[in-house]
Design a protein around this ligand. Structure first.
Ligand code: SF4
Length: 358
């Protein structure tokens, strides 16, 4: 039986040598489980494979983390569980499970999903926490004390702004940025978005490490995860073609609806349907969508949650609804700009970002 020391090496690799400021709370480790403090904490708990085998809650939560990356109607908890130890340990176990499947595309999905979760947390953090996380990745970064709040060395900036979806967005090109003495000025939101890329790559590297021998019970979990992923894989590839837009890529109709919901303005039934189905297809979680509507005058959380879950296919027919076509939205007066050069070439808002990137 392999014990905790072996797990630590596998899970956390080289990261211990990196010096970071202390993020002392358990909640920090829940939010940023890829940091070395988590390794130290798990080592102190003395948890080894034998404990994990016996602890169904850790294994279930680990599987849930992985399922959430490809089961598009899964109800993944966006808020961390109050059982922090389970939450913390479930991350490296999930890494191990993904690694065990040997599925490259699952590794990429998992890394992106976890990095997006971390980004959401970062956006609500104070600047010094963001600074600490960036320094963990050895960024040359400082606070400016004014707007934009951060200055990032251009090498760190470019190594993230030229990857993933950011590469398609002119806003991130260096020529469009304020640069002074090799430092690129960025807002808090932009730093968090750049960090998402950094975290994604970091997790992806960890997941791609080879998996050694593990106990039979955990191997069964790996087999279960892999079988479920392979069942979903053909649909996922198709799905990835039409969804996953950055917020800046949202079509004019959705942008307008999004802003109105944020401001607490009334949305008609068709407008709500459009916004919710669009966001569901972008992989936005139920909790986040429910929260988006919380300022709307007639907001009732239970009712809204039920409706969102229904549209996501988590209730009733178990089928996720698709956003109406542009022609239907024009009939209902929801279309915001049919003359937009991209809108003229599409039939459904879901494909707007694909044309935009081209
Ligand atoms: S053409 Fe389609 S995507 Fe564009 S604003 Fe109208 S409904 Fe939205």
């Amino acid at each position: 039986m392999i014990v905790a020391r072996g797990i630590d090496k596998r899970f956390f690799g080289e990261i211990e040598k990196w010096v970071v400021a202390v993020l002392p709370t358990k909640l920090d480790m829940v939010k940023y489980p890829f940091l070395p403090q988590t390794k130290k904490y798990i080592a102190e708990l003395g948890i080894g494979f034998e404990n994990i085998v016996e602890n169904q809650s850790i294994r279930e939560r680990a599987k849930e983390r992985v399922f959430a990356t490809f089961d598009l109607v899964a109800h993944y908890r966006e808020e961390p569980s109050k059982q922090f130890d389970i939450e913390i340990v479930s991350f490296p176990v999930a890494v191990l499970y993904v690694s065990g499947t040997g599925e490259k595309s699952l590794a990429e999905r998992f890394a992106l999903f976890e990095a997006k979760q971390a980004q959401k947390y970062l956006e609500n953090e104070k600047e010094d926490v963001i600074l600490n996380i960036a320094k963990f990745f050895k960024w040359d970064i400082s606070r400016t004390g004014h707007v934009p709040s951060f200055a990032v060395h251009f090498v760190n900036y470019l190594s993230n702004a030229t990857r993933g979806r950011l590469v398609h967005d002119a806003r991130w090109k260096l020529v469009n940025r304020l640069v002074e003495k090799g430092q690129v000025y960025v807002t808090k939101e932009e730093v968090c978005r750049l960090l998402q890329e950094e975290i994604r790559r970091h997790i992806e590297e960890r997941v791609k490490q080879e998996l050694g021998r593990i106990p039979r019970e955990m191997q069964n979990d790996v087999d279960e995860v892999k079988a479920a992923f392979l069942r979903n894989k053909p649909h996922l590839e198709e799905f990835d073609q039409i969804v996953r837009a950055e917020e800046s890529d949202y079509p004019p109709c959705v942008k307008g609806l999004f802003e109105r919901a944020t401001k607490g303005q009334h949305l008609s039934h068709v407008e709500r349907f459009t916004l919710v189905t669009y966001l569901i297809h972008q992989g936005v979680g139920v909790d986040a969508i429910v929260k988006l509507f919380s300022n709307v005058p007639d907001f009732k959380e239970d009712k809204t949650r039920y409706q969102v879950e229904h549209l996501a296919g988590m209730k009733g027919s178990r089928t996720a609804y698709t956003t109406y076509s542009c022609s239907t939205l024009q009939t209902h007066g929801v279309c915001a700009n049919p003359d937009d050069p991209i809108c003229r070439r599409i039939k459904n808002p879901l494909t707007y970002h694909l044309k935009k990137r081209k």
